[in-house]
Design a protein around this ligand. Structure first.
Ligand SMILES: [Zn+2]
Length: 67
């Protein structure tokens, strides 16, 4: 019997794609493919765009308070 606590060990020699949890491809580090890299990039751009858009009006209001 081989009682190796594999699932209990957090040690991971291979990194996983943050998008789909597949083993990463060095070419697309840290992703497994260009598709996942594009997904992450699109998500990041979309997030920053939304933050910028919704932050603009509240920032000007706060600026009034700071003064
Ligand atoms: Zn992936």
């Amino acid at each position: 019997m081989n009682a190796e606590p594999k699932s209990m060990q957090p040690e991971n020699p291979k990194r996983c794609c943050p998008i789909c949890k597949e083993p990463e491809d060095k070419k697309y580090h840290p992703f497994c493919s260009k598709r996942c890299a594009d997904i992450d990039l699109g998500r990041w751009l979309n997030e920053s765009y939304v933050i910028e858009g919704s932050d603009s009006p509240s920032t000007s209001e706060e600026d009034d308070f700071t003064d």
